[in-house]
Design a binder for this molecule. Structure first.
Ligand code: ADP
Ligand code: MG
Length: 657
């Protein structure tokens, strides 16, 4: 573009130079610009008229030429003003283009600013929650921005450059043109020809060049606009992308906040659970400490219990030992005298006189008198008519305890018929047998605390005419007494034996036996008075802690009436009965007596009664005899006999002391 312009300019300039080519008007004979001609003419040697004509013609011609040239100058002036006008227009256009460029630049800057602002806004918003995304986006955006900025900058620079160049060129050209016009005007003024054509040519060329340049500029502007449009599109895509990312981020933020809420809730739950765990751990620790303390305490207590148990065991042994010692000191054979209250239909005069003098030996005495004779008897205890069964049982209770400790015990009620033996032994409410039963089972229950387990077996028999009768059996069998001399145990073969689990069992059994006895009465004779009835309790104990065993046998005996009948008046069965009773009662007295005589033969075999009670009389066994006395004067003789029998037994005991 530049080169042809320069060349053309050169051509124009070369063509326009008066020094290189001078064109002479063919109509003129003289060169009007030739000074030599004028100088030569004026001094003249030719005809003056001709000279004037020629001068006139020449003057006319010159005037014509001048007016012609004036016309040309006028035309050139008009052309010059037109070119100037165009030049102004071009300058205006250039300013407009510059303004457009400025607007585009502003738009670009605004876009860049908005972009930057929105980016920073988005960046700020996403900063915390989507750091990674932001970084990515930042990088992308930065890259895009850099690219775009650099592109725009390069475009702007390019456009600016080209515009500047164009402007410079245009200015240069205008300057050139002005100078050329000036020179041309000068030339024209100097009357040179051909200027018009040259100017026209030059103007046309200039116009063409300008058109070309404007077109090129327009093209460039279109390019820039296209690029800006592209950039706008790219920005739109970017904005859409951003929006998508934003909405995604919103969704992510929502779910994140939900998750955060959940997480918070879970954290709270965890905190509560942790606190609970801490509490529980503390509790467990405390419990463990408590357990340790408790187990230590338990260990101490166990040891204490063990010690106490040992003490208890020892004291139990000691107690049994002492109890036995006391019982032994009291006498293994004890005789208690019981005088029953007088019958209601009897008067004072029909009663024997009774006194209870002081007994210096620790026992008790009773003094009976009839007429001028008086007798004094001493016993371990004397129960007056006012004494009640429970009071009497107090004395017996100690022996019941001995039977639980493994000793054999015999309790007899001796006396004539009607003296109160059955009342004493078998009264259903407070007889010795019911009270003994109650006490045994009470004591068994109590001893369970000291690890004692007891079994009680009951048997009820009668010895009638020296024969054993099983009161619990429906039909009688042959009964044989078997002794285990080593263990001091006695067993009767075929005898009904009942295991008694409770006092009620024992009481029921005893009640049954009593009924059996009373229904067996014959004629006017009371069978019960003619036989010995024995309630046997075999008591076995086992201590699970100490492994100690004990076996005792308690015999509660309601003896047959001790009254002596006049043999001459008694015959048949009654005689036989009487003989058996007498024999067995005297045997009992003899056995007890013999026991006191060291090394003496003990006549157990003399009667069924003594033979049966072999291991319950003598040795460690305890014997208690109630001597029942009737206060009737009528029974004085029998009472005296009873006193004497009892005294014999009592003396036996005294002799053993
Ligand atoms: P035994 O059995 O010695 O033949 P009992 O015990 O049957 O004598 O007594 C004969 C009578 O005397 C009975 O009617 C009884 O009620 C009465 N009896 C005996 N002892 C007492 C007493 N301690 N208190 C009241 N009455 C008694
Ligand atoms: Mg009786």
């Amino acid at each position: 573009m530049d080169k042809p312009l320069n060349n053309s300019t050169d051509n124009v300039l070369n063509q326009g130079s008066p020094h290189k080519k001078r064109k002479i008007d063919p109509l003129s004979e003289v060169d009007p610009y030739d000074d030599v001609y004028y100088k030569s003419y004026i001094p003249g040697r030719h005809n003056k008229l001709d000279s004037l004509v020629r001068l006139r013609r020449a003057s006319d011609e010159k005037e014509a030429q001048i007016s012609k040239l004036n016309g040309i100058i006028m035309t050139l002036k008009t052309q010059r003003s037109n070119i100037e006008c165009e030049n102004y227009n071009l300058e205006d256009e250039l300013i407009e283009v510059k303004q457009q460029l400025k607007t585009i630049q502003d738009q670009i800057e605004e876009l860049a600013y908005h972009e930057q602002q929105s980016l920073s806004e988005i960046d700020t918003k996403y900063d915390i929650t989507v750091k990674e995304m932001k970084l990515q986006n930042d990088e992308e955006i930065q890259k895009y921005t850099d690219d775009i900025t650099s592109k725009i900058e390069s475009i702007i620079t390019e456009v600016q450059k080209s515009n500047m160049k164009l402007r410079d060129e245009l200015v240069q050209e205008c300057d050139d043109l002005r100078s050329k016009i000036k020179s041309q005007v000068l030339e024209l003024e100097q009357g040179k020809s051909g200027i018009r054509e040259d100017s026209q040519k030059r103007l046309i060329t200039l116009e063409n060049n300008l058109d070309e340049k404007i077109q090129t500029t327009n093209k460039d502007i279109i390019d820039v606009i296209e690029k800006i449009t592209d950039q706008k599109k790219t920005n739109e895509i970017l904005t859409k992308k951003k929006e998508a990312v934003f909405s995604e981020t919103v969704v992510l933020e929502t779910s994140l906040s939900k998750l955060m809420d959940k997480f918070k809730g879970k954290e709270d739950e965890i905190t509560v659970l942790k606190n609970k765990i801490t509490d529980l751990e503390t509790q467990i620790k405390q419990s463990e400490e408590n357990i340790v303390t408790k187990s230590k305490q338990t260990e101490t207590r166990k040891q204490l219990i063990k010690n106490q148990f040992q003490i208890l065991q020892d004291s139990e042994i000691e107690r049994r030992h002492l109890h036995n010692k006391v019982q032994t000191l009291k006498g293994n054979v004890r005789v208690y005298c019981r005088i029953r209250p007088p019958p209601l239909n009897i008067t004072a005069g029909q009663l024997i006189s009774l006194e209870y003098p002081e007994n210096l030996e620790g026992g008790q005495s009773v003094k009976v008198a009839k007429d001028s004779s008086s007798y004094e008897f001493s016993f371990d205890k004397v129960f007056t008519p006012s004494s009640k069964n429970p009071e009497i049982f107090e004395e017996l209770a100690q022996l019941v305890q001995s039977s639980l400790d493994g000793y054999n015990v015999c309790v007899f009620a001796y006396g004539q018929t009607g003296s109160g033996k059955t009342w004493t032994m078998s009264h259903p409410e407070d007889g010795m047998i019911p009270l003994t039963i109650e006490k045994i089972f009470q004591d068994i229950e109590e001893l369970k605390k000291s690890n004692w387990e007891y079994t009680v077996e009951g048997q009820c028999i009668e010895i009638y005419n020296d024969n054993i009768v099983d009161l619990m059996a429906t039909s009688q069998q042959k009964y044989e007494i078997k002794h285990d001399d080593i263990n001091g145990r006695t067993r009767i073969s075929n005898l009904t034996s009942a295991k008694l689990e409770s006092s009620q069992d024992a009481l029921d059994m005893f009640a049954k036996s009593s009924i059996k006895r009373s229904t067996a009465s014959t004629n006017s004779n009371e069978r019960s008075s003619r036989s010995h009835s024995i309630f046997i309790l075999n008591i076995s104990g086992y201590n699970s802690k100490s492994g100690t065993k004990c076996e005792g046998c308690l015999n509660l005996i309601d003896l047959a009436g001790s009254e002596r009948l006049n043999n001459s008046q008694v015959k048949g069965d009654r005689l036989k009965e009487t003989q058996h009773i007498n024999k067995s009662l005297s045997s009992l007295g003899d056995v007890i007596y013999s026991l006191s005589q060291n090394g003496a033969h003990i006549p157990y075999r003399n009667s069924k009664l003594t033979y049966l009670l072999k291991h319950s009389l003598g040795g460690d066994s305890k014997t208690l005899m109630f001597v029942n006395i009737s206060p009737s004067l009528q029974n004085f003789g029998e009472s005296l006999n009873s006193f004497r029998f009892a005294t014999k037994v009592n003396n036996t005991k005294q002799g053993r002391r």
